[in-house]
Design a protein around this ligand. Structure first.
Ligand code: PHE
Ligand code: NA
Length: 456
């Protein structure tokens, strides 16, 4: 059977960008930059993007394109060419993808609920109390209550699964590509509209000043460099089967170098927009409440579901800006969720030779049932735990193994030759140097540091 293909180059890039741009760009990047030297963070960040992000993306695109399969098949074939059994690496990555899919959808579900709440700001004045106690039903729960099932959380999650499964079920062109072509332009427009309005508010520019003011003393801090590399691997969705699956649907004649540059640059550019949006809001909020901005900065779920709602309470036209923000969050999340499910579904199709429709229903059905664990009172605790382990250990381990195999057991010069053969512009020897030396050293360092932190 002929492998499915993207309809157009733009379609592929939008899908890859849709995967890369996610919650990480909105709630992780701004905080990372702020905490790690503000404007000065852009130096290690750009360095990480050039030395690890782009080379890694080129490498994964070439793997999918060359071996025409999802991660397990790709690594199996690659292994064959060097006399090793490597299919397990592909399955390890698919496993990581599946785990992320199951908890990521919970957050999309919360954002959907908040999209509804934001129309009238029904979260009230105490957004902290509302989120943790009223919405998630946490609080002075006895352990026996942690398993209590919450319908109001399961319901939006069901909707998120329905959208994802519809996209993946409908196929590469009719489902994923079409969804990306609607979602990505919409996301950019919404974020630009939000920034356009918020930036004019009092205090917004001071917020940006906090984000961008360079603290060059941090440049010498190893922590800052590890944060930059960690953020790059996370934000680009490399190392967990996604980009391999997506690039396996590229037509024979595709400009891999160009596609990889575009995907990385658009994602990182969007991160800067995310930073501007978040810090303009925080600056305004700090000014309104006459607090220093350091008291209002947060990241992660606390930013999206506690601080931003509190800021929305203070905004002009909150019933428009609020829903815009949460719709942007939902769209960013869904397009990533689609990609992560596709990574799993395409691996299943390769392996057991069933139709896409059956595989999609099977994977989404199992994923859905598992994810219901996150609509219990213990959902947030479980989510924090899984998220910590995945981001700080599993993902980095997977990236590191992939790099070591590619850099030290495989001839990377072949990758370079392969991508240059089908691209308008050539990449130089730096590709090999980055993938062989710089990236693995940085990754090993971060992983080591994280493991030490975990033990402590
Ligand atoms: N790159 C995504 C982000 O920045 C991470 C991600 C991708 C998470 C795909 C889940 C699925 O948020
Ligand atoms: Na991202």
């Amino acid at each position: 059977m002929q492998r499915e293909q993207w309809n157009s180059r733009t379609g592929f890039i939008l899908a890859a960008v849709g995967s890369a741009i996610g919650l990480g760009n909105i709630w992780r990047f701004p905080y990372m930059a702020y905490e790690n030297g503000g404007g000065a963070f852009f130096i290690p960040y750009l360095f990480a993007m050039l030395s690890a992000g782009i080379p890694f993306m080129i490498m994964e695109f070439s793997l999918g394109h060359k071996y025409r399969g999802a991660a397990p098949k790709v690594f199996a074939k690659l292994g064959q060419s060097i006399g090793l059994r490597l299919e397990w690496l592909g399955w390890f990555q698919v496993f990581i993808a599946a785990v992320i899919a199951v908890y990521y959808v919970a957050i999309i579900g919360w954002a959907m609920s908040y999209l509804v709440f934001s129309v009238t700001q029904s979260w009230g004045a105490d957004t902290n109390e509302f989120f943790f106690k009223s919405y998630l039903q946490l609080g002075d729960n006895s352990p026996t209550k942690l398993g209590d099932f919450q319908f109001h959380i399961a319901l939006p999650m069901t909707l998120a699964w329905a959208i994802t499964s519809l996209a993946v079920y409908s196929g590469v062109k009719a489902g994923i590509e079409r969804a990306s072509k609607i979602m990505m332009p919409l996301l950019f427009i919404m974020v630009l509209l939000l920034i356009g309005r918020i930036i004019m508010l009092p205090g917004a520019l001071e917020g940006l000043d906090y984000l961008f003011r360079p603290d060059f003393s941090k440049i010498l801090d190893a922590k800052v460099w590890s944060a930059a590399y960690g953020q790059i691997f996370f934000t680009l969705s490399v190392g967990f089967a996604i980009m391999i699956a997506y690039s396996s649907y590229l037509p024979e004649k595709s400009d891999i170098n160009n596609n990889a540059f575009m995907t990385v640059l658009i994602n990182c550019g969007f991160s800067i927009l995310g930073g501007i949006m978040i810090f303009a809001v925080l600056g305004y909020m700090a000014a309104e409440q006459s607090k220093p901005i350091t008291e209002v900065v947060t990241s992660g779920v606390g930013l999206a579901f506690v601080t931003i709602p509190a800021a929305i309470n203070l905004l002009p036209i909150p019933y428009i800006l609020g829903p815009l923000f949460f719709l942007a969050l939902v769209v960013a999340g869904l397009s990533s969720h689609i990609s992560i499910i596709e990574a799993v579904v395409s691996a299943v199709i390769d392996k057991v030779n069933i139709s896409r429709k059956k595989a999609a229903l099977l994977v989404c059905g199992l994923g859905y049932v598992t994810s219901l664990a996150f609509s219990t009172n213990g959902g947030l605790l479980l989510l924090d735990l899984v998220d910590y382990f995945i981001n700080n250990v599993a993902l980095l381990t997977s990236c590191l193994i992939e790099l070591l195999i590619m850099g030290w057991l495989f001839k990377l010069a072949n990758v370079r030759e392969y991508v240059n053969h089908c691209s308008e512009f050539n990449v130089g020897q730096w590709l090999v140097i980055c993938l062989r030396f710089i990236s693995p050293v940085m990754l090993a360092g971060i992983l080591f540091k994280n493991l030490i932190n975990t033990i402590q």
